[in-house]
Design a protein around this ligand. Structure first.
Ligand SMILES: Nc1ncnc2c1ncn2[C@@H]1O[C@H](COP(=O)(O)OP(=O)(O)OP(=O)(O)O)[C@@H](O)[C@H]1O
Ligand SMILES: [Mg+2]
Length: 606
């Protein structure tokens, strides 16, 4: 059996800049608790020494005989001490609240940063394993849960036990017989709360699972909002949401039902203890069976409340920790994840744009019987323009994703600039390769900010040149704000074709050694596609260009065209060579030609 890892193994370092606040919070709150315990004693002193003028009362040795003799002055003096104690207790309480907030927020910010750093080191395969939605939940709601528990912990971990111990000591110093009454009740109360926590914890785990379901449902519904409306599936979505929401409600009610019991049980115990203490203490005073004073009886009742209050703090803390343990587990899963893609050792840039695949095989699942690419051998010279053609799902995107090391092959090697991609530092490799992803994104911000994403120092003239090469200038110039037009999240306020052109311009700005365009003119019209191709021919002279396209017209003037079929290279050659010898290529060409003729025929008939 494997050794169980400590649950807090990844939390080291998250406290770095908040250690002082983490220490000061329990210190100040302990001082507050100390004063809170002192106040009932002052109350007993006022009642017994000032009002009842008893011979013996608590704290008598601390006051002079003259002061005790002057009743008014005595009450006012003790009253002032009491106010002072209350004020200090308030000040320490405020300080502790501030320290605990500073410490817990700093801790959460550091933890979020640690998670983000780890997630950024993830390969696509790592991200696929968790799913982006789950990673978002772990960085937000799970960290929030950790933050509130941490705050709770540093406030009450010291305060509650201290308050309980002080209050018990004070009660025993006043009257041990009465103190025993509530001390006997404590274990009973403790066991009851422990039972509630253990049952509640199991039920609460289910609640967290239901929360995940609800979040996934809401996210999916919102992200696919357009599809939901286009397919008129609002009722179906509503029904699915209602079902998940209902399941969450049932789970919550079940868990709260048990947790809610702890409050009334504590109150019942407190009032029972109070009644018994008042009865026993009151009769002792009335029948003169002990030296107990009325004020002391009142202070014991107050201590009973304080002890039970402290116990409820502990139980609340335990409940919260039970909840947080689940979040911590989820956070640990992310931080413990082994990153598939490790940085290479070599400290060199990409020397030239040559790319070589040496007997490369790849599987998304790591299973050699389920290959997305099989025994690929391909040599692309630096500065060459290569088209990649093949049916949908044949492995085109997969092939190019191995060049910037989004994934590693399970067999064979990929070489860029004459070196194995695994030898490069990822930053250097990706600096040399620019890829326009098939389903890439834009970000909220201005068009210029989006373009400068690949080169933050690019001059305005360079932005314009890149946009001209991607035929993006024509629509940007028509916008009233031009390059300062603000894009919504993901570039929602642009059309599909406009987004594609901006993404091409962004990739050009990086001035890479290798430019990869993955089906990124699919949403632009034929005429614009032709103009983009013509412009790209002159853009980035000397760079290798790999162009994946659905339309043969988009790649037919490339130096060579690679035909992919079922994850294998079926053939490589120029358009004319392939037309002559590659039946797959000819079939694609014929089907596209036929489609064009049919469209022309329809237009003619109209
Ligand atoms: N992230 C992934 N996880 C698992 N399998 C995947 C993943 N991405 C792609 N695949 C599978 O790998 C195969 C090749 O996919 P790929 O995206 O390379 O095809 P493609 O040729 O680019 O297709 P298209 O022309 O539709 O873009 C497909 O069968 C696909 O189902
Ligand atoms: Mg693809």
């Amino acid at each position: 059996m494997g050794k169980k890892k400590p649950i807090l193994r990844n939390m080291g370092g998250c406290l770095k800049d908040c250690v002082p606040a983490t220490i000061l919070s329990p210190v100040t709150i302990s001082l507050e608790a100390l004063l809170e315990v002192f106040i009932p004693l002052l109350m007993a002193t006022i009642v017994d020494g000032g009002l009842y003028r008893a011979e013996e009362f608590k704290l008598k040795p601390f006051f002079s005989a003259a002061l005790i003799a002057d009743r008014n002055r005595f009450v006012i003096t003790v009253g002032c001490i009491m106010i002072l104690a209350a004020l200090f207790s308030f000040a320490f309480g405020c300080l502790s609240a501030r320290f605990s907030a500073v410490a817990s927020m700093g801790f959460a910010a550091n933890l979020r940063a640690k998670l983000l750093k780890k997630i950024q080191s993830f390969s696509f395969a790592n991200t696929d394993r968790f799913t982006p939605a789950s990673l978002v939940m772990r960085c937000t709601s799970d960290v929030n849960s950790m933050q509130s528990s941490f705050q709770e912990l540093i406030r009450n971990m010291v305060r509650a036990p201290m308050m309980m111990i002080f209050a018990i000591i004070m009660s025993f110093s006043i009257d041990s017989q009465l103190a025993w009454i509530f001390v006997v009740c404590l274990p009973v109360l403790f066991v009851t709360i422990a039972l509630i926590v253990s049952t509640g914890r199991r039920r609460f785990k289910l609640v967290l699972g239901r929360y995940d379901d609800l979040n996934a449902r809401v996210r999916e519904g919102l992200i696919a909002q357009r599809e939901v409306k286009a397919f008129v599936r609002e009722d179906f979505e509503k029904e699915r949401f209602t079902k998940t929401n209902h399941q969450l409600r049932i789970a919550q009610v079940n868990s709260e039902k048990i947790f809610m019991l702890s409050g009334p049980i504590q109150m019942l115990t407190m009032w029972l203890c109070t009644v018994v203490i008042l009865y026993v203490g009151g009769s002792n005073i009335i029948f003169g069976r002990s030296s107990l004073q009325a004020g002391e009886l009142i202070s014991i009742v107050t201590y009973t409340g304080q002890v039970i209050n402290a116990l409820s703090m502990v139980s609340f803390m335990v409940l919260n920790l039970a909840r947080t343990a689940e979040s911590l587990k989820r956070i640990n899963e992310v931080l413990d994840e082994e990153t598939d893609i490790r940085d290479g050792e070599g400290d060199f840039p990409v020397a030239d744009g040559s790319v070589r695949f040496e007997n490369v095989s790849f599987s998304y699942t790591g299973d050699p019987n389920n290959l997305a690419l099989e025994h690929i051998d391909l040599d692309i010279a630096s500065g060459e323009t290569v088209g990649v053609i093949g049916g949908t799902g044949e492995g085109k995107s997969t092939l190019v994703s191995l060049i910037p090391r989004f994934y590693d092959p399970i067999a064979g090697r990929v070489l860029v600039g004459g070196r194995d991609v695994k030898d490069y530092r990822l930053h250097a490799l990706r600096q040399g390769v620019s890829m326009v992803l098939q389903n890439g994104s834009l970000f909220s911000g201005t068009i210029a900010e989006n373009l400068r994403w690949s080169d933050e120092n690019a001059a305005d003239g360079e932005l314009r040149a890149a946009c001209a090469a991607a035929c993006a200038d024509e629509f940007i110039d028509k916008m009233p704000q031009g390059y300062d037009t603000v894009l919504g999240q993901g570039g929602v306020n642009l059309s599909g074709g406009q987004k594609q052109r901006l993404r091409i311009a962004r990739a050009l700005l990086k001035k890479p050694k290798i430019l990869i365009l993955d089906d990124c003119t699919s949403a632009v019209d034929n005429a614009t596609d032709i103009r983009i191709r013509a412009a790209l021919r002159h853009a980035l002279p000397g760079a290798t260009k790999i162009i994946i396209a659905q339309r043969i017209a988009s790649v037919m003037d490339a130096d060579r065209i690679v035909v992919l079929s079922h994850g294998c290279v079926a053939d490589v050659g120029s358009h004319d060579e392939l037309m002559e010898r590659c039946s797959i290529y000819r079939d694609i060409y014929d089907s596209q030609q036929k489609g064009r003729e049919e469209k022309a025929g329809e237009a003619y008939a109209r």
